[in-house]
Write a protein that binds this ligand. Structure first.
Ligand code: ADP
Length: 396
């Protein structure tokens, strides 16, 4: 019996899922939020029950100790030695990692070196690694990178059309993100298509953050996020693609400084910025239903930006066998799927199955047999991918 824990450590949070890898079941899952504040919240789900406590958890190390002690107290494990592997989500793997990697000193040094590309995430991911290493030193540790799946992009897709020295000297290029999700979902779609030798798939990961990826024969050939997750479609609080001259104008004419601009583009834009209501798609839809014009506009822009990438990737792939919707909006909003498909159905010959779209549950096909492109809903499972890679690399 091999137990593996998948960990996603953020700057003030730590999400976890403990798997029994023999049958890939989730034994327990939870999250520690507001680490470093007086009112940190520790939530754990086990046996269908949710236990939530508010208390002061000063550091990630204390968060991990509390989590592991809880596993023992609740008899979820009888000894911490049962946890053989810890899989860590790492946001930026640069060009070093096209695959997951067992974490050793060299891997730590590279993750640390890449922190300039992901200043909020990579240091937090390492903090999570150190905390588990201290608490369960005998468990192996594996890093699973958000960027790894996109390392198959060719230079013509990842080099920006700016002076080449910025790519060679500073590593400024497209890296993409959400790779673990795009890989999981595209592999599921290949299975659902009956494992054809060749496949052309577009994955639309539409959550608080969002990205689309063109996947040819199982490999990412292009993706909408870029040097950072700020690029691509409109998101909950991120603008996605804009004319870079807007930045210069905001600095010179509006009086913002560089940090304020980038903060605004990352945290105050997208659905939130346009609607003025919320970054949460459900809230924006509710406001639109009540007649809020800016909320309606925000939703319209969001859909248009998604279909622009579907169109690009349809061309880039030379056609398309299947489109898959995933993540919070993609999995749960029949309205979003329907509207997006409506906008592309005439051009691409897609025929939606309204019943499957609206009333079906979980992983499923939502187009009719006569549709030229199959459209699927595939709930993503990044944690399972992390746990699988951890098991595989550690030979558990
Ligand atoms: P994250 O990027 O934080 O993982 P999620 O994948 O959880 O984000 O997606 C969050 C988004 O999904 C929010 O905008 C939320 O409104 C949306 N969402 C979640 N459930 C639903 C639902 N039932 N209907 C419409 N949107 C939903």
């Amino acid at each position: 019996m091999a137990k593996v824990i998948a960990v996603n450590a953020g700057s003030s949070s730590l999400k976890f899922q403990l798997f029994e890898m023999d049958d890939e079941t989730v034994i327990t899952s939870g999250v520690v939020e507001r680490i470093g504040l007086e009112d940190s919240v520790f939530t754990i789900k086990y046996n269908g029950e949710k236990d939530s406590r508010t208390l002061s958890i000063p550091t990630h190390s204390e968060a991990v100790d509390m989590l592991l002690n809880t596993l023992l107290e609740k008899n979820i494990v009888s000894s911490l030695d049962e946890i053989k592997g810890v899989g860590h989500r790492v946001v930026q793997g640069g060009t070093y990692f096209s695959e997951s990697a067992i974490i050793d000193d060299d891997v730590v040094a590279k993750i640390d070196e890449l922190k300039s590309l992901a200043p909020l995430h990579n240091p937090a991911n390492l903090t999570g690694y150190y905390a588990f290493k201290k608490a369960i030193p005998n468990a192996g540790a594996v890093a699973v990178f958000d960027t790894a799946f996109h390392q198959t992009l060719e230079p013509r897709c990842y080099v920006y059309p700016i002076p080449y020295k910025y790519y060679t000297d500073y590593g400024i290029r497209k890296y993409g993100a959400h790779g673990t999700s795009h890989k999981y979902v595209s592999q599921r779609v290949i299975d659902l298509l009956g494992n054809p030798e060749h496949s052309k798939i577009i994955v639309a990961h539409l959550g608080a953050g969002g990205s689309l990826t063109a996947v040819k024969d199982g490999k990412s050939i292009n993706t909408s996020m870029g040097f950072t997750p700020l690029a691509g479609i409109m998101m909950g609080t991120r603008s996605g693609d804009i004319d870079a001259s807007v930045i210069d104008y905001l600095i010179k004419e509006v009086g913002l400084d560089g940090n304020e601009v980038i903060n605004m583009l990352n945290k105050e834009s997208g659905l939130l910025g346009v609607s003025g209501v919320s970054s949460d798609f459900r809230d924006v839809c509710a406001a639109a239903d009540e007649g809020n014009e800016r909320a309606k506009l925000a939703i319209d822009i969001f859909f248009r930006r998604v279909i622009a990438y579907i169109g690009r990737y349809f061309i880039a792939l030379g056609g398309c066998d299947a489109i898959a919707f995933t993540a919070g909006i993609g999995e749960n909003s029949a309205f979003a799927r329907k509207e997006i498909i409506n906008l592309i159905s005439e051009a691409l010959g897609i025929v939606i199955d309204d019943d499957a779209n609206e009333n079906g549950k979980g992983e499923r096909l939502i187009t009719k047999p006569e549709s030229k492109i199959k459209v699927f809903v595939v709930p993503t499972n990044e944690e399972l991918m992390i746990a699988r890679d951890t098991k595989r690399l550690l030979n558990l």
